[in-house]
Design a protein around this ligand. Structure first.
Ligand code: HEC
Length: 181
């Protein structure tokens, strides 16, 4: 009689075990494979660009800028600009003496209202910002030049623009030991 009850209980336990096992199998059959976790690369936010013009870093780059290399790069400017004294405007104003010159001040050139509204002088920092992308710097300018995204090229071009003068503005000194490579 006791063994009969034990059998009953064992049977029940086995039954439950079998039932659970079956559920587990069905589960495995019908549930989709674990959803792949989104890769951390995809989720990572695109790395921020460094600030376009870090004035101090650019100064030291300018200090070691090469007017010779700049003259090469500036050949493309001469499609639109004269670089000699008294040559007057082409598509753009004469760039002779442009460093430290008040913005939009060449007599005989018809500047856009946008550039006239800029104000100030063509300091190194102003030229640097302008040459990255003129149309981003001054919305509505007629200087349809894509810009020089490479900082080193801009430093070289500005070092060259400095030479277009009887009294060249001195380039900044290299600060301390922070010589630009
Ligand atoms: C496609 C023609 C074109 C090219 C190429 C071009 N420029 Fe210009 N640039 C212009 C025009 C047009 C203006 C006048 C913009 C205005 O009035 O809005 C101008 C204005 C300027 C000014 C302002 C001058 C002032 O008197 O205020 C500077 C500085 C300048 N350009 C530098 C450069 C340099 C440096 C390059 C080469 C890296 C260059 N430009 C290439 C057409 C050009």
């Amino acid at each position: 009689m006791d063994s009969f009850r034990i059998n009953k209980i064992l049977g029940l336990v086995l039954g439950i075990a079998l039932f659970l096992q079956t559920i587990h199998l069905v589960d495995a059959m019908f549930l989709p494979a674990k959803v792949a976790k989104p890769s951390s690369e995809a989720a990572a936010v695109k790395e921020e660009q460094p600030p376009a013009a870090d004035a101090q870093a650019f100064d030291s780059l300018l200090a070691s800028g090469s007017a010779e290399r700049g003259a090469q790069v500036a050949k493309q400017c001469q499609i639109c600009h004269n670089v000699e004294e008294g040559k007057g405007p082409k598509i753009g104003p004469d760039l002779y003496g442009v460093v430290d010159r008040p913005v939009a001040s060449e007599p005989g050139f018809n500047y856009t209202a946008a550039l006239k509204a800029k104000g100030g002088k063509w300091t190194f920092a102003a030229l640097n910002k302008w040459l990255i992308d003129p149309r981003a710097d001054v919305r509505g300018t007629s200087m349809t030049f894509a810009g020089l995204p490479r900082e080193k090229q801009r430093a070289d071009v500005i070092a060259y623009l400095v030479t277009l003068s009887k009294n060249p503005v001195p380039l900044p000194k290299v600060a301390g030991t922070g010589q630009a490579q």
